[in-house]
Design a protein around this ligand. Structure first.
Ligand code: NAD
Ligand code: ZN
Length: 345
């Protein structure tokens, strides 16, 4: 739910959900601003560092311990204030504490507002694999207040905007509005309608397929190539310290490759590919990670967990804006051509 007045929205939660106690987990970066927004000195707050390393079982234990220490019963409520790391962690801790208590998400990054905090996926990284442990457990409510974005670094804004662009390509009626939005000059208020539309689109897709058995795969547009680029860049980061790609950036690059294939394989018009290529050069820059080894990228895509069969590259493509096609099989040669296009820009 979009809210103009986050203070009042938070104030009413305990009554609205008839809960006995409220606890808060919050990104430690928001500590001061967060507390002045909560204005509930009696609500215990656990501050957590938001990093992928911290999205761990140890942190979940820390949240469980915090809930036990405050005597939270099954009629308690957990409020998760932060980006996707905090909402995924808090959601998982809430879903498993005493077999599940209600929780509310208060996303503070653009990515969490339009993606991570809706859809009901919660979880942690485990065994060196991202989001490998978790469960589907939707929050009772998501409170979206764009005021948080004032302090969000530009790179994080762009990462979230990347996922919004994805939504714009798979649903009708959002893309042209996104193309008119100028991140450099336009005020945050004008982003509100775009956020609301993106969230509504994701909610509608998730409602039709809550457990990702089919239709929900449309949300993976850009992610087959995107994940491979992200993984390769993380590997390069581990080896030589070069900066790795943020998820939303990787999705933008992945969407360019998958739009290229949408044009060549399923007859998508060229316009969105041209528009996204231009936008990429303007905002995101070329993929400057050490991730352009096409052979290695193709091998990674062949191992992708989204594949129905091993060694087969599986993508969501679009026939035109708002008309996605799931389970499209891509040959290594086609993947190579799409990557060649991406790296030629
Ligand atoms: N559950 C889902 O469906 C889903 C979907 C997409 C992504 N995710 C998960 O979300 C995570 C990525 O989300 P994210 O990009 O929000 O990451 P994040 O939580 O790590 O936040 C990004 C950075 O912004 C900082 N931050 C947060 N709010 C801020 C604010 N208002 N001002 C200044 N800094 C702020 C954080 O401290 C962090 O450094 C990943 O772990 C991913 O797996 C989950
Ligand atoms: Zn994504």
């Amino acid at each position: 739910m979009m809210c103009e007045d986050i203070h009042s929205a938070l104030q009413t939660l305990a009554v609205k959900y008839a809960v006995d106690q409220v606890c808060v987990v919050m990104d430690e970066k928001l500590a001061d601003s967060g507390e002045s927004i909560i204005r509930h000195p009696e609500w215990p707050i656990l501050r957590l560092a938001a990093s992928e390393q911290n999205k761990s079982l140890e942190t979940v234990q820390q949240i469980w311990d915090f809930l036990f220490a405050h005597g939270i019963t099954r009629r308690g409520l957990l409020i998760c204030i932060g980006g996707g790391v905090i909402t995924d962690l808090g959601g998982f801790a809430a879903a498993t504490y005493k077999r599940g208590i209600d929780y509310v998400n208060v996303p503070t990054t653009l990515l969490a507002m339009i993606d991570a905090s809706t859809g009901g996926k919660t979880g942690i990284n485990y065994g060196g694999l991202k989001n490998s442990i978790g469960c589907f457990a939707p929050p009772v409510e998501t409170l979206i207040w764009t005021g948080w974005l004032q302090t969000l670094p530009a790179k994080e804004m762009l990462s979230g905007f990347g996922e919004m662009l994805k939504t714009g390509l798979i649903v009708e009626g959002l893309w042209s509005e996104l193309m008119r939005y100028d991140l450099d000059t336009m005020p945050l208020e004008s982003l509100q309608t775009l956020i609301a539309k993106s969230v509504a689109a994701k909610e509608q897709i998730v409602a039709a397929d809550p457990k990702e058995e089919g239709l929900r795969k449309v949300l993976n547009f850009g992610h087959t190539f995107g994940h491979a680029l992200e993984e390769k860049s993380m590997d390069a980061h581990a080896r030589s310290g070069v900066e790795s790609l943020d998820h939303g950036y990787a999705v933008v690059y992945g969407m360019i490759a998958e739009l290229y294939l949408s044009v060549t394989k399923v007859g998508c018009p060229k316009e969105p590919l041209q528009q996204l290529s231009q936008l990429m050069l303007h905002y995101y820059g070329k993929p400057n990670c050490k991730c352009s080894d096409r052979e290695a990228l193709i091998a990674l895509m062949q191992q992708d967990k989204k594949n129905e069969r091993t060694a087969q590259i599986n993508c969501t493509l679009i026939q035109h804006i708002g008309s996605p096609l799931i389970n499209q099989v891509i040959t290594p040669e086609e993947a190579n051509e799409a990557l060649e296009y991406l790296f030629s820009l």
